[in-house]
Ligand binder design. Sequence first.
Ligand code: SF4
Ligand code: SF4
Length: 434
Amino acid sequence: MAEITIDTIQSCGVVGAGGAGFPTHVKLRAAAEVIILNAAECEPLLHKDKEMLREFPDQVIAGLERARQLVGAKEAVIGIKYKYHDVIELLTPKLPATMRIAELADSYPTGDEFILVYDVTGRVIPPGRIPLAVGAVVTNVETAYNIAQGVPVTHKFLTVAGAVRDPVTIGVPVGTSFREAIELAGGATVDKPAALVGGVMMGRLCTSFDEPITKTTGGLIVLPDDHMLIARYRKDWPTISRVGASACDQCSFCTELCPRYLLGHPIEPHKAMRSLVYSQTGEASTLGTLFCCECNLCTMISCPEDLDPKSVCGQNKRRLMSEGRKWEVDAVEARPRLHLDNRRVPLQRLLAKLGLADFVNKGPMLKRPYQPRRVHLPLKQHVGAPALPVVRSGDQVTAGDVVARPSEGQLGAVIHASITGTVSLAKDAITIEA
Ligand code: SF4
Ligand code: SF4
């Protein structure tokens, strides 16, 4: 098989499969000392990464090793929770000399890049910077798998869990609908289901079960429509800011448990909450909100008043960014605080607090292939500009054909047909009907 190069990765449309979808060919052009595989998977009820490691250990290791060579790193480290003994035992004898495993705590947010890099290397990424600032590149399990495949990315793996008959991890053509994914998990077990996309802590509310699975969809958590998590995600900003301004007692628990504050970053969510008193929109908020990773711990776990400091920080962060505001912080200032290790939130506690303890916490890989009749491929499934269609309505395409690509010189990723069929174009998506 031909060697995988940066050009292969680019032409295959590989993007970060676990986050915002940063194009992998751009990330791997960097030079780093260490490359870290993020297999921490700390979002409650998600199991996709460890299921992929169980099912495709050789491919993931091969992809990670190739990525290590491309960035010129001395070593590659697989960061995985210590409790997955079987996966660790499976991987260990297969590792090349350049690779090792770092066993991580069973807590949240272990998979946050900043926490992961600190746990693996002992280095703190300075506020507002990326892992490369301390010589590290972080990649995702499915991304490494896709690198090793050396073929166009046409399929996506995700866990479907929560209020479904058989929680499961599936690998389906990109563009398959959430509705079909839920059917593959045996269907919803509640009369009026709702869902969170990507995870209960850092995900978003599903707007319709007809939404398509994209290259970055890592999970779908189905819940009863009246579940407290769904109610929380439905709260609007005027309510969040009005209640926050009147009810926050400035206990500062949100700051004391904030993982970025504990890493030594200058973020103090209780001060952002205080700012609501002076401006109903939170506009007087501190610049420190720029460093919020929106992990949601402050809202879901810390606050005794059931307020939403995460949304206040997130709202302010986006406003400050849109205004081009920056706060350059010296790396020396970022030193972990004394209580970092004592204030990690155990997963079991998180599951209980979020009202998820009664759901099955497993997602075995479904090995049966699934072929949808129709797929919808959004033109923006990655960081950067939307891709531009290179097909027209009525064209016949075969799975793996290029259907859209970024314009010359723009950050983005190629999109391929995930099934064979007839194309129809819409403003921001391509539909293929088998
Ligand atoms: S969401 Fe809250 S806990 Fe998480 S980084 Fe932001 S302020 Fe800190
Ligand atoms: S934990 Fe809640 S009540 Fe306490 S300072 Fe933070 S937002 Fe206010």
